[in-house]
Design a protein around this ligand. Sequence first.
Ligand SMILES: Cc1cc2nc3c(=O)[nH]c(=O)nc-3n(C[C@H](O)[C@H](O)[C@H](O)COP(=O)(O)OP(=O)(O)OC[C@H]3O[C@@H](n4cnc5c(N)ncnc54)[C@H](O)[C@@H]3O)c2cc1C
Length: 283
Amino acid sequence: MKLPFALARRFVAGETFEQSVSKVRYFNEHGIKVTLDLLGENVKDRETADSTVDEYIGLLQNIHTAGLKSTISVKLTMMGLDIDTEYCKDNLYRLLDEAREKDSFVRIDMEGSDYTQVTIDLFKDAFRDYGKHVGIVLQSYLHRTKQDVAELAELGADVRMCKGAYKEPSRVALQDMADIREAFKEYTAMLLEKTTYPRIATHDDELIDWVKAYAAENKIGKPRFEIQMLYGLREETMIDLVKDGYNARVYVPYGTMWFPYFKRRLTERKENIFFVARNLFKK
Ligand SMILES: Cc1cc2nc3c(=O)[nH]c(=O)nc-3n(C[C@H](O)[C@H](O)[C@H](O)COP(=O)(O)OP(=O)(O)OC[C@H]3O[C@@H](n4cnc5c(N)ncnc54)[C@H](O)[C@@H]3O)c2cc1C
């Protein structure tokens, strides 16, 4: 059964690029940069993976033609990671060739913990071969992130730090929010010290206030990092951040395969369920 898009529109900009462009322009006009994400994950056949890569390449071209201030985010399981690692790498490189050609940037989103190692391995190869055109995400809830962040910071990688959105067992991930926040702060401090431009992805005031204070105390200028939020959440806060001289970026998902993303947003915060319910009754 296909669920109506009206359910998801609070968190998903549209089902097509064309439906999402006006939202990207709106953010850009407010000084907020964008990361566009064509939704989908866990593709099981080569035909779909190949056409997904073609769509991502088309997306980079469309962004360039439309003159939008937007990069893209991708999930490796959309590009065939469940089928074969080398095949997925070829697909990623096909996309990165286009990103380099357009002087753009591709961020590899981080998925569930079964994919962490292979995602980092593929990122490291891609970073060696494409440098500033590729970045990765680390999740502060994973126990392993302490080592990963040290290694990737040493490499000077472009890292987005987030808490982590997948349900993980306690042997793999911290379960307590206070611990996850402490880890987030420790790893973000490391990224601020060792890398040129960390991306701090959170809607959490405690972490946003912390990063502002930490940067000020350590004489790290506002232009040296970026705060990222998800489409549909805290738009006013992002506008205020920009007015205050911080860099802000919004992650704008679109596409027809929105259900798993939508479900993660509903399960991570009960208020999001109310947002959706309210939205359903809006024209
Ligand atoms: C740009 C971006 C990219 C991401 N990429 C990935 C990825 O690649 N892989 C991955 O696993 N996860 C990703 N995530 C999701 C992330 O891991 C978290 O699941 C998600 O951001 C929720 O954590 P939080 O820190 O934002 O706040 P939460 O832990 O949901 O909330 C903590 C506190 O923040 C405040 N708060 C939260 N939301 C709001 C709101 N809307 N309004 C007011 N206050 C609020 C409340 O006080 C709340 O109690 C990404 C998140 C962002 C923002």
